[in-house]
Structures are given as structure tokens and as C-alpha cells.
Write a protein that binds this ligand. Structure first.
Ligand code: ZN
Length: 497
């Protein structure tokens, strides 16, 4: 007799293959798709997504999952649990609500664009109100214990709850606000890259070199160009990174490559026994982001890293960097300055942008903040947290596209990524005594191998916080991140912090 899991496995593989095709077509849409093919591609994607939904919600799959739930093997049980979780959420969401959301999204996006042009939130308020109503209904459909935000957060950060997250983000703000104030009062390091030119070819070559040194396998992945960098994971042997080049600012392509490379290493590092199963996945968006942030900030903005790579970068751009010192370059990549725009924020101020959004989203979903008061609430919080006040809504409440998509609950994953990254890096430094020396000679593989064993190859065996606890000895905390910032910026700015 065939055991239930043997019947379930081909279903799991089929779903993963469908997802891979969807990811491939999305990657293609953002990179090479001819302009006239856009409507056809949208239709193809919609068809495939419909097919995926149909296969996922098939009642026969529910029976197979139920009968395989008590497998002896722990990995198999984890596969069943992960797929059952995904199926359960898909089944609970009424299709009418999905359709209504899609329609409202497209209205909201065009209203948001118009509102940004006119720098006036009022134009966007109506569609945003409708999106919020739909999201509240969705949260209720998923089910929650009284906090709607939990039901949406669960989709990005399974297991995380507002009751756990809120005090952590509050503590984070308490640690960051005085730090930002102190750094703001100090003279900012000069930007030694301003007014220089960095030709495309050199930047592309350098970014590929960084990826290769990080241990990103370019025979199991690629780097291509897109407007916004992203990582598309089709399979551990086919990971698509994208990047962009700004000839006036080489940091855009350098940190684009390192950040997406961090995501890419995660995707390439899943255990071969988990390929084409639900275990070949990160347990949360926050943990995925921890890998990109760890490489981007804790490695890629460290003094040791640039001891090795600055001479190589200067050799690539002798005209622009000939008279720039390694120290001046290091201080340039670590300039801190409170600004209005999240996507341009440095690693110290970034989380304050997230905390502001989290607090407002929570109030909106609780129906505790009238929409007409939202721009004012945004500006007031901005001033309290970062000490800057937007001159108009275009650089304030209207700056992100997320809310125009009706995407709520996603922003905190960025901060979780930063916090997990600092804790994981600290554990790596403890277990790899030569880590600093390795980074300073461009030996990045020992760190990649450690992350592969401790994080990537674990896939979706555990929840994000459970995995971090297993690796670091404790769960979500702000201490490691704040300690890291204090130590680094006290040295870089010559301040007692
Ligand atoms: Zn990322």
C-alpha cells in the first residue's frame, strides 16, 4: 500500500514547479519582456496563479495532508505543516474578496500616483479607505484573537504577533532616538564620491566579483538589470538576482549586489533533500531579510571588508578614487543623517521609518485613526522619531507604494531582518574566531558556510524566532543591534555613544 506521504510528495513538487514558473515569468517581466508583451504576460500570470490556487485548494489535497500529518520523519511532518498552513490561509480567503482587492488595488495605485503629483493625500484617501475595509475583512476571514494586524502579519512572519513585536519595536525606538540625536549633532563625514563618475562596465564587473567572492554560485544563478533590484528564487539551482547601476553613485550597484546576494545565498543554500518541497523556503520574510542585511551592513559596511575591497575598487576606478583614502571611503559608506525618505535611509535611522509605519498601520487596522488625520499623524511621528518634518505629503505619507497595494503588515519584516542579522552575526563572530581577519582579507566563504549550515540548510523546519534562538541562544532582541551600532559609530564618528 502506498503511504500517504508518497502520494502527497508529487503534489508538493507540482506546486513548487508552478510557483517556479510564476517566479520565472515575473523575473522576465521585470528584466527582458518586450514592451508590447505586457498585457499578454499579465494574462499568462493571472492564468497560472489561478491554476496554482485551484491545485492548492483542491479538497483532495486536504485529505492527503490530514492523513500524512503523523509521519514519523520530522522533516516530512514539517513539510506537511508548512503546506497545510499555506492551504489553510488560501481556503479561508473568499474569492470575492480577492477579486475586490485586485480591482481596488488598481484604482488605488492610480489615485496614489495622482496624489503624489499633486502632493495631496486627500486624492488617495478614498481608495485607501476601501483597501483598509477589505483588509479588515480579510483579517477577520483568516481569524485572529482580537488583533486584526496579527492575521495580516502572519502572512509574512508566521508565528509573530503584535503583543510580541510592539514592545520590541518600542525598545528599539528608545535605543535609536538618542543615538540619532547624538550623530546628528556631530559633523557629518564628507561624501567623497560626490561629483565623480563610475562607468557602467567597471561597476558591473565589480558587483559580479563581490557575488562570486560571497560564494554566490553564478552557475546556479544570474545577475541581470532591472529598475528595482530584487531576488527571484525558482529553485536552489536557479536564483535570479537583479541590480541597477547609477554612474554617479557606485554604492547603488555595490550594495544592490551585496543585499540581493545575501538573499540569493539563502535561496541557493536550501538542503538538497528539501528541493521542490515546502521546506526549501525561509520561515519568514524577516529572516530572509536578515541574510541580505547581514551581508549588506554588518559585512559590507565594515572597516575590515573595505580594507580588502577598497584597493580593488580604486583599481577599477582610478580616476574617481585615486585621491580618496580607504578611511574616507569607509566613513562615506557609513554617513548617518535623518531624512524624510525611507528607501534612502542609513542603517541607524532606517528602523525609525519602519516603527512609524508599524504604529500607524496598527491604528488604521484597529479603526482608531480617522483617515483625514493620517498625514498629520505621520508628520508628527516623523518629527518625534527623526527630528524632521515633511514639507508636503509627497515626501511624507505618500512616499511608499505599499499602502497603495493595500499591503499592511509587511513593513515590520524589515526591522526584524535588521535585528536578527545583528544577533546572527554576533553568534557567527563567537563561533568563528578568525571572522574579522577573514573579512579583512576578502575570505567571505567561512561566513557563508556557517550561515549555510545554521540558517539556509534548515529551510522551513522551524519558525524564524525558533531558528534564531537555536543558533544564537536567545530569540528576538534589540540588544545586539543597538550594541553593534553604538560600537561602530562611536569609532567612525569619534564620539562617546
Ligand atoms: Zn531585501
Amino acid at each position: 500500500m502506498t503511504r500517504p506521504f508518497e502520494k502527497l510528495l508529487p503534489r508538493m513538487e507540482e506546486l513548487r514547479d508552478l510557483q517556479a514558473v510564476i517566479n520565472l515569468m515575473t523575473w522576465d517581466q521585470e528584466t527582458y519582456l518586450p514592451k508590447k508583451a505586457e498585457p499578454a504576460r499579465a494574462a499568462q500570470l493571472s492564468t497560472l496563479q489561478g491554476l496554482y490556487h485551484e491545485r492548492l485548494t483542491d479538497p483532495a489535497l486536504a485529505d492527503l495532508l490530514a492523513s500524512a500529518a503523523d509521519e514519523d520523519d520530522a522533516d516530512r511532518r514539517a513539510m506537511v505543516r508548512a503546506l497545510a498552513w499555506e492551504r489553510d490561509r488560501a481556503v479561508k480567503l473568499p474569492q470575492a474578496l480577492v477579486r475586490e482587492l485586485a480591482q481596488t488595488q488598481s484604482q488605488a495605485i492610480s489615485a496614489w500616483k495622482q496624489a503624489r503629483e499633486q502632493r495631496s493625500f486627500a486624492v488617495f484617501a478614498g481608495p485607501l479607505g476601501r483597501l483598509l475595509r477589505i483588509r479588515r475583512e480579510q483579517a477577520d476571514a483568516y481569524g485572529h484573537g482580537g488583533e486584526r494586524y496579527d492575521a495580516l502579519l502572519e502572512g509574512f512572519e508566521p508565528g509573530m504577533r503584535v503583543a510580541r513585536l510592539s514592545p520590541v519595536l518600542k525598545a528599539l525606538a528608545q535605543g535609536l532616538v538618542p543615538l540619532v540625536k547624538a550623530l546628528k549633532a556631530a559633523p557629518a563625514p564628507p561624501d567623497v564620491l560626490q561629483g565623480k563618475r563610475f562607468p557602467f562596465d567597471g561597476q558591473w564587473r565589480f558587483s559580479l566579483r563581490l557575488l562570486a567572492d560571497m560564494g554566490f554560485d553564478l552557475e546556479a544563478g544570474r545577475q541581470d538589470r532591472s529598475v528595482h533590484p530584487f531576488t527571484g528564487g525558482l529553485h536552489a539551482c536557479d536564483v535570479r538576482l537583479t541590480n541597477r547601476v547609477d554612474e554617479e553613485n557606485p554604492l547603488s550597484s555595490i550594495y544592490g549586489a551585496i543585499h540581493e546576494g545575501g538573499h540569493g545565498l539563502y535561496e541557493q543554500g536550501f538542503h538538497p533533500a528539501h528541493h521542490r518541497t515546502p521546506l526549501a523556503a525561509a520561515p519568514s520574510m524577516g529572516l530572509h531579510e536578515s541574510q541580505s542585511r547581514l551581508w549588506e551592513n554588518l559585512v559590507g559596511r565594515s572597516a575590515g571588508f573595505w580594507r580588502h575591497y577598497f584597493p580593488l575598487l580604486r583599481a577599477e576606478f582610478p580616476d574617481a578614487l585615486g585621491d580618496v583614502s580607504e578611511r574616507a571611503f569607509y566613513r562615506t559608506v557609513n554617513r548617518v543623517s535623518p531624512s524624510l525618505i525611507r528607501v534612502e535611509a542609513d542603517e541607524v535611522t532606517y528602523n525609525l521609518h519602519i516603527i512609524l509605519r508599524f504604529e500607524l498601520e496598527l491604528l488604521l487596522l484597529r479603526d482608531a485613526l480617522p483617515l483625514e488625520d493620517l498625514p498629520r499623524a505621520w508628520d508628527d511621528r516623523m518629527e518625534a522619531l527623526l527630528g524632521v518634518r515633511p514639507p508636503h505629503d509627497g515626501v511624507g505619507v505618500l512616499q511608499d507604494i505599499h499602502w497603495a497595494w493595500g499591503e499592511l503588515g509587511y513593513f515590520p519584516t524589515y526591522s526584524l531582518g535588521n535585528l536578527y542579522a545583528a544577533s546572527l552575526f554576533k553568534a557567527a563572530a563567537r563561533e568563528l574566531p578568525t571572522l574579522d581577519a577573514d573579512l579583512a582579507r576578502g575570505a567571505l566563504l567561512p561566513l557563508r558556510d556557517w550561515l549555510r549550515e545554521k540558517v539556509h540548510a534548515q529551510g522551513y523546519r522551524y519558525s524564524a524566532e525558533e531558528l534564531v534562538t537555536r543558533v544564537t541562544g536567545r530569540g528576538l532582541t534589540t540588544t545586539d543591534f543597538i550594541d553593534y551600532l553604538r560600537g561602530k559609530y562611536a569609532e567612525a564618528y569619534g564620539l562617546p555613544l
